[in-house]
Design a protein around this ligand. Sequence first.
Ligand SMILES: O=C(O)CCC(=O)C(=O)O
Length: 290
Amino acid sequence: MELNVHALTPRFAAEVTGVDVAQAGGNLAAALKQAWLDAGGLLVVRDQDIASDKHVAFSHRFGPLFGAPGEDPLQETVSIYIHPDHPEIYRVSNQVDSQGKPKGRKGAGTYWHSDVSFRERPAGASILSAKQLPDVGGDTIFCDQTSAYAALSEAMKTLLAPLHAVHDFAQAARTQYASAVVVDDDMAGANKALHPVVRRHAETGAKSLFVNPGFTSHIEGFHEGESAALLGFLYAHCTRPEFLYRHRWSPRDLIIWDNRATMHYAVMDYGDDQPRYLERTTVIGERPVA
Ligand SMILES: O=C(O)CCC(=O)C(=O)O
């Protein structure tokens, strides 16, 4: 099936217009998935006024979903932000309801991260639907971990090849979340996994850096200072402007990003007088391999 695809960066982001994801049968879903893989990590699908149940149905085309009946839930710390009628949907919002309950996670992802990287099977695709946006601000920045890896010297690639890093939700829980009870649970290692520092994409075969400041606590086998220095270099390298795409949201944008090959950062530069509400589904990816 022919899609109307335009590149947004030379390497890893593209946009599609003229489709209705809510009506996606097998052919359209397969074409969108291929366009997403061809884009290299990020596909913006414009003008999708999509109901939550259709969003979930479409997302299932990309694999099993965190929160779906019989599948792994997201980490307990974020359970209060899950959609009451759709356990597969994680809500991002800076608003509270009339009882003072959050309508979603405020300040979600305001640090570089790859979704759920602290699980044995971290996220593959995340699919985020914009419902309400500030007049200006609230952009999301994405980073291309495949191009960043490719740009490293052969000597650095050789150094990184055998390395593994610990990803630990307690890293973010300590600084980003307020719930002491669940942080205790996270501290006990409920959300902790060891992954290769460089992973090979299960579908494209491309190699990408797979460490992120949000959840990666350290590189295994290194002294603390050595690990911090190496991770610090990698983070400075992969967030160089040539590896970034900054998405300025338009109403009804739906973004599909690949957590196996990108990191992202939500910019919280708007006030609470500017409601921002988005719904996200998260595909359970495969166990990362080098
Ligand atoms: O609000 C956003 O733009 C992104 C939030 C985020 O980081 C996430 O859903 O993982």
